[in-house]
Design a protein around this ligand. Structure first.
Ligand code: K1U
Ligand code: ZN
Length: 176
């Protein structure tokens, strides 16, 4: 298994729409295993293939503290979502250090395939519902700050630019 590099916003590759998976082969299983290892190591509770620069409809999720309930979803589709919405403070491994509240449907039903192509259905609520919708957004080329107001998004983009400049300064200092 391998830890994969995670793309960081505003990398243009994060805006790519992912393609359907049509072949359920060993290469797909290896990518899912590498993504799971990358997510656990980060640490995070979800990861979309888009974030590791693989533009196929594959996500991994494990919201347990024990890291013992890995869900691998191939070609996930939202088949039902509640009228009721809930705000949740979201984070993203592609936007380290950025957190904000996003309002999403509180309950969703997702149909997907497993790594062998078998159909699965998940009824989701709480963090699982939030995380699945967040990861499915990545497959569409969206990040959670796209749900925020223009004002908030601009403020976050400025903060990210400042963060990157600080990181570059620190790297130059360490290399010198
Ligand atoms: O898609 C991603 O970048 C993963 C993201 C998923 C997510 C978290 C919270 C709300 C919505 C979506 C993360 O995992 S961010 C890191 C995080 O939330 C976390 C890290 C360690 C333990 C628990 C949570
Ligand atoms: Zn994310």
């Amino acid at each position: 298994m391998a830890i994969l590099p995670i793309l960081r916003y505003p990398d243009a590759r994060l805006a790519t729409r992912a393609a359907e998976v049509t072949e359920f082969n060993d290469e797909l299983k290896k990518l899912a295993a590498d993504m799971a290892e990358t997510m656990y190591e980060a640490p995070g509770v979800g990861l979309a293939a888009t974030q590791v620069d693989r533009h196929i409809r594959l996500i991994v999720i494990d919201i347990t503290e024990e890291k013992n309930d890995l869900k691998v979803l191939v070609n996930p589709k939202l088949v039902a979502s509640s009228e009721e919405t809930k705000p949740w403070e979201e984070g993203c491994l592609s936007l380290p250090g950025i957190y904000d509240k996003v309002e999403r449907p509180a309950f969703v039903t997702v149909q997907a395939q497993d790594l062998d192509g078998k159909e699965i259905t998940l009824e989701c609520e709480g963090l699982l519902a939030v995380c699945i919708q967040h990861e499915m957004d990545h497959l569409e080329g969206h990040v959670f700050i796209d749900h925020l107001s223009r004002f908030k998004k601009d403020r976050i983009c400025k903060k990210i630019k400042k963060q990157r400049l600080e990181e570059e300064k620190q790297k130059k200092y360490e290399d010198a």
